[in-house]
Design a binder for this molecule. Structure first.
Ligand SMILES: Cc1cc2nc3c(=O)[nH]c(=O)nc-3n(C[C@H](O)[C@H](O)[C@H](O)COP(=O)(O)O)c2cc1C
Length: 215
């Protein structure tokens, strides 16, 4: 049993990375092998629209033809039993790196036939951990759940079979709020949330990892 975690954020010890590490600990406690990949360590771009993955007779039919750092990662995903993707929300979406990775991951398996069938053979659960500044009470107002369901979770579910999402809101953003212009936020409330709610979010991530690792 192998659980692969992918961090779509640039920071390796902050909110997103912490939650992914918790998920991996959960998976390990269920007996799984784990590996964490940081997208910001890799050299790649988004889909270049070459359509080699759709060209009839192409040796890359159903596979991304671009040879860069995503190629070995796609192979790892084909050999994984579960995948957990984590990303901060930047300007209302997962990071550009996560988005570019998802374009390439998903599009290669999508067939332009009448049914839009799918060539991915490795059906595995995909977990999504989103971290963001917006408070929980604003989640509906900003429409993130609906938007990510349409743009991320549904395409992933069509490719891999199923997804599960964790929304981690109102995250602590800097090491010291006094050093940054941050009058938009109430630092005390942020610190309180980090102390009281973030550990619960970590537990949810751990439980996701455990569930995936157990299957
Ligand atoms: C460039 C940038 C854009 C951001 N845009 C948003 C946003 O649109 N919505 C939001 O809720 N948080 C936004 N944030 C806050 C981050 O999503 C949030 O702090 C996240 O937890 C950071 O993850 P990290 O601690 O793993 O780096 C933004 C942060 C940065 C640096």
């Amino acid at each position: 049993m192998k659980v692969l975690a992918v961090n779509g954020g640039p920071r390796k010890n902050w909110n997103t990375a912490t939650l992914l590490k918790q998920a991996m600990e959960g998976a390990v406690s269920a007996g799984a092998e784990v590996e964490l990949i940081n997208l910001y360590d890799l050299d790649y771009k988004g889909c270049i629209s070459c359509f080699a993955c759709k060209r009839i007779g192409s040796k890359s039919y159903g596979n991304c033809a671009v040879k860069d750092d995503l190629k070995p990662l796609f192979e790892k995903i084909q050999n994984a039993d579960a995948l957990i993707l984590g990303s901060p929300i930047y300007l209302g979406m997962v990071t550009g790196e996560m988005r570019s990775f998802l374009e390439r991951l998903i599009f290669q398996y999508l067939v332009y036939d009448k049914n839009y069938s799918n060539l991915n053979q490795n059906k595995i659960p995909v977990g999504l951990i989103y971290t963001m500044n917006v408070p929980e009470a604003y989640l509906d107002k900003v429409g993130y759940k609906q938007m990510f369901s349409t743009t991320i979770e549904n395409p992933l579910a069509r490719t891999f079979g199923e997804t599960e999402s964790l929304f981690v809101t109102d995250t602590y953003q800097f090491d010291d709020y006094t050093k940054y212009e941050s009058s938009a936020f109430n630092e005390e409330e942020k610190a309180k949330r980090r102390e009281e709610i973030f550990p619960e979010d970590c537990k949810k991530a751990y439980d996701m990892g455990y569930r995936f690792g157990k299957r």
